[in-house]
Ligand binder design. Structure first.
Ligand SMILES: Cc1ncc(C[n+]2csc(CCOP(=O)(O)OP(=O)(O)O)c2C)c(N)n1
Ligand SMILES: [Mg+2]
Length: 411
């Protein structure tokens, strides 16, 4: 990842002073951010449980999705809760392993568990997910072993995993680029006739993930145009965690992403990204529509990045701790647990068992990470194309000759 280190970033900021007015700089967080820039208290935001986990009454905004939530039983609620806890724990291990020098970098999903698990659980096996680099929760729901994510950030696997094993594309660091990949794949689904047949095991859709910063990229906007004019079966899932490294929403857009969708020609929905029932229901509804041939939807999941951008970042340099404190009270796990306790979906024994499972998984992935062998470097040429390509074959030969040079020197 090409993040600047903190010192470099400060210099870049100094160079840019005055380039944009007003510059948020590295000073105190403006009061507008503390109350929430766009979405807090926005009546258009779909919510089903409040910060305490109390089920909210049906209203005009959540009514279209209420049946999906009603259809969730105790087992579904337990699945979602377990996912939330386990992905948070895996994420915490990733962070710790980086700090201990076992990984090169780790982008934490802390705070975004509900957005990712809701979306991930709404996908069917034949759907395809196109992630950025923070979608560990979606990876988990797709069945990608967490060890693969760790291997990627340890630099011991060339890309991470075989995308087609779990219909979960490789992590993409080039911001917004995966939106184009996702739309292209969705156009392929349509061309293959795997859309709108009414067969629940055949009709497929794509979900392409990006962040608030990603919405400012050319790739993102081009992808939306293609999706609209081709009516491709794709759902754009924007996790608005309110920060693009050190740049807030006010530096990415004037009109929030969910409202921009209309201008491209398809619906946009704002959902409380810390409410797992709401994210699941909205994602399921949009995916069902896409599979049925009703075209794209953009979902803006309004959430918050509780940690640093990555382990190379220090958010205390540019944001106010008071903002983080406010979001601690909107914790998706506490919220889901409150809801389950209120509804009798889980007892103390269940919650304790999930915690114990989290401990086991943490120990397992940690050990696996520490024991990962270094790869044979020449394998980096193996999966560049599906078939052997002469240019790649030439690169491989060149590389082998280069390596052989060291052996001769050693003699
Ligand atoms: C095309 C491109 N430009 C710049 C970067 C450097 N970069 C890495 S992450 C990031 C911010 C992305 O913010 P956002 O889309 O909100 O996602 P988040 O990290 O918050 O999940 C930037 C600018 C990059 N990786 N790719
Ligand atoms: Mg962001």
């Amino acid at each position: 990842m090409s993040d600047n280190d903190v010192a470099g970033h400060a210099e870049a900021k100094a160079d840019m002073a005055g380039a944009f007015e007003p510059s948020p700089g590295a000073g105190p967080t403006p009061p507008s951010r503390i109350t929430g820039h766009f979405a807090d208290d926005n009546p258009e935001m779909v919510q089903f449980v409040d910060a305490e986990g109390t089920r909210l009454a049906t209203n005009e905004t959540n009514a279209p999705y209420a049946q999906i939530v009603e259809d969730l039983d105790s087992a579904d609620a337990r699945t979602i809760y377990r996912d939330l806890v386990l992905v948070r724990r895996i994420d915490a291990e990733g962070h710790a392993l980086q700090r201990q020098g076992e990984l090169g970098l780790w982008p934490s999903l802390l705070g975004q568990e509900a957005a990712q698990v809701g979306a991930g659980r709404a996908l069917r096996p034949q759907d395809y997910a196109f992630p950025g680099y923070r979608e560990h929760g979606v990876a988990w729901c797709r069945g990608v072993p967490p060890e693969n994510l760790l291997g990627l950030f340890r630099g011991v696997n060339h890309g991470g995993w075989d995308s087609n094993e779990n219909n979960f594309h490789l992590y993409t660091i080039v911001i917004g680029n995966q939106m184009l990949h996702g739309v292209g794949y969705a156009m392929g689904i349509k061309a293959d006739g795997d859309m709108g047949t009414g067969d629940p095991d055949r009709d497929a859709a794509v979900m392409a993930f990006t962040g608030d910063g990603g919405t400012a990229q050319g790739d993102f906007n081009e992808a939306l145009v293609f999706a609209a004019v081709t009516q491709a079966p794709v759902v754009f899932f924007v996790q608005n965690n309110q920060w693009a490294i050190s740049e807030g929403n006010e530096r990415q857009f004037i009109i929030p992403p969910y409202q921009r969708a209309r201008g491209f020609g398809f619906p946009g929905v704002l959902v409380d990204g810390n409410d797992p029932l709401a994210t699941y229901a909205v994602a399921k509804s949009a995916l069902d529509a896409a599979r049925a041939g009703q075209g794209p939807t953009l979902i803006e999941a309004y959430t918050y990045r509780m940690g640093a951008h990555t382990t190379s970042d220090d958010p205390t340099k540019y944001r106010n701790e008071a903002e983080v404190e406010i979001w601690k009270h909107k914790d998706p796990i506490a919220r889901m647990r409150g809801f389950m306790e209120e509804k009798g979906h889980g007892d103390a024994e269940f919650f304790a068992a999930v915690d114990a499972e989290a401990d086991e998984i943490a120990a397992r992935v940690r050990k696996a990470c520490q024991e990962m062998p270094d790869p044979d470097p020449v394998t980096m040429f193996d999966d560049v194309y599906v078939d052997e390509h002469p240019a790649v074959a030439a690169n491989r030969e060149q590389f082998l000759a280069y390596q052989a040079g060291f052996e001769e020197e050693a003699v």
